[in-house]
Write a new protein. Structure first.
Ligand SMILES: Cc1cc2nc3c(=O)[nH]c(=O)nc-3n(C[C@H](O)[C@H](O)[C@H](O)COP(=O)(O)OP(=O)(O)OC[C@H]3O[C@@H](n4cnc5c(N)ncnc54)[C@H](O)[C@@H]3O)c2cc1C
Length: 409
């Protein structure tokens, strides 16, 4: 190991999927690890749309960062990092955290593509709190008799999952009208299989509209204006229109412009600084077209931690080999899709897979250590069994649902 005369100081900026998994690999007996994040909880983002329908509550999707990190003997600093140099990170209170190696895992931020009015008139859905806000607004609309026109902007995975949850709870309510909007001609345009047709076939009995192939030009209190001159009156606009690089990257000179993801080599080492690794959504590894997904972020965290150890030990770094796991996309209680490279499977039975990823993921991130943890884990498991596993995989349900499973290519 390169001699420091003390434990090497490793600073991790961002304690999400990538950052926390990196921290969990590093031993406190060998390294002095500090994780910086402004929020007290890590949120299990792949299931946050279920808050909108009330299927899950916020506390079922949150884990306390300080507790997770304390278990590994690491330090948690609950602040926002504003910039970094080659040897320290500056926090929003002016404090500096010195490091020998820094891992940047700041994820992405909402992208409203500079659409005028979006910052004031839409509801984003990137956090538990934002989804709780959406749930509250939808519930409030059920208390009156006025028609509530709900628009979801974004027909990608997140938008479709949110749309499905809204329809799960409100599609039978006569006062609601629903529209999904995207500039692409088809929903889930980047996914294999004609999922657009399958989704539409589920909604043709309900007050559901599709505004596809149109770009949102402006949002105002009345609704959405499109680039072709048409408009959609909306009372509630939910925005899931994409993600952009976190400004921390350009503020720290890890990118040249604010619109770039950070260029890294195949071992996640920054192109600009040898002692900086960048992982998760923030990173753009050379020659790899990685989708911005939690399971890649988790694997990147592990790989970067091992490369930090190798760098400190003076060993050559190891390139990342991305895993191939199918992605599971739910459409409320109406369907679930399992997406492979060239084809998709469709069956509501697959909802079990999404729930299994959630329960296993939380248990892996926070393995029970005390009697209290075990009780908490059993409580989560019992909720999953009651809500998803039993209703879906009992023999009567399987006899009914399995023959309707479809292969879409
Ligand atoms: C609604 C939604 C649904 C999704 N569904 C799926 C899915 O079904 N399957 C899937 O695989 N992926 C899904 N994803 C994508 C997945 O969540 C991301 O790819 C993953 O979270 C990326 O991990 P990350 O660690 O790079 O970033 P994040 O998990 O976003 O973590 C980044 C962390 O950095 C912190 N941070 C940001 N700026 C600073 C700063 N300046 N200083 C300190 N800390 C900072 C943030 O607070 C955050 O905790 C979904 C994402 C969203 C938003």
């Amino acid at each position: 190991m390169i001699g420091f005369g003390r434990k090497p100081r490793i600073c991790i900026v961002g304690g999400g999927f990538a950052g926390l998994n990196a921290a969990q690999q590093l031993k406190a007996s060998r390294y002095d690890v500090t994780v910086i994040d402004p929020s007290p909880h890590i949120e299990w983002l792949p299931n946050i749309h279920e808050i909108i329908s009330g299927v899950k509550k916020g506390d079922e999707l949150r884990l306390n960062r300080a507790i997770l990190l304390r278990r590994h003997g690491h330090r948690f600093v609950m602040r926002k990092a504003v910039e970094m140099s080659s040897s320290f990170v500056t926090l929003d209170n002016g404090d500096r955290i010195a490091f020998d190696i820094c891992i940047v895992a700041t994820g992405s931020v909402d992208n409203a593509f500079g659409v005028p009015g979006a910052d004031r008139h839409v509801l984003p859905m990137k956090t538990v709190e934002q989804c709780q806000q959406i749930a509250k607004r939808l519930h409030r609309a059920t208390l009156g008799h006025r028609t509530c026109r709900v628009a979801v902007v974004g027909g990608g995975v997140e938008g479709v999952e949110a749309f499905g949850e809204i329809l799960r709870t409100y599609r039978q309510r006569p006062q609601f009208e629903f529209t999904i909007v995207d500039s692409a001609e088809r929903l889930l345009d980047c996914c294999p299989g004609n999922l657009d047709g399958t989704i539409r076939s589920h909604t043709d009995r309900y007050r559901v509209g599709y505004e596809l192939g149109k770009r949102v030009e402006e949002v105002d209190p009345e609704g959405i204006c499109f680039d072709d001159g048409s408009a959609l009156e909306s009372d509630l606009i939910i925005w899931s229109g994409g993600s952009a690089p976190n400004p921390f990257l350009s503020q720290s000179c890890l990118t040249q412009t604010p619109n770039e993801w950070a260029a890294v080599n195949g071992a996640f080492q920054s192109r600009n600084r040898e002692n900086v690794f960048i992982i998760g959504d923030a990173a753009q590894p050379d020659g790899m077209a990685l989708s911005k997904q939690a399971f890649h972020a988790i694997d990147m965290g592990k790989c970067a931690a091992h490369n930090v150890e190798r760098l400190l030990a003076g060993k050559p770094l190891k390139e990342f080999t991305p895993g191939h796991k199918p992605q599971v996309v739910t459409f409320g209680d109406m369907d679930t899709f399992m997406l492979f490279k060239d084809f998709a499977l469709s069956s509501s039975v697959l909802g079990v897979a999404k729930e299994a990823i959630y329960t296993m993921g939380l248990l892996q991130m926070s393995p029970p250590k005390s009697a209290r943890d075990v009780l908490h884990s059993l409580d989560l498991l019992q909720k999953s069994v009651r809500r998803v596993y039993l209703p879906t995989i009992n023999p009567f349900s399987l006899i009914d649902k399995l023959p309707k499973a479809k292969l879409l290519s």
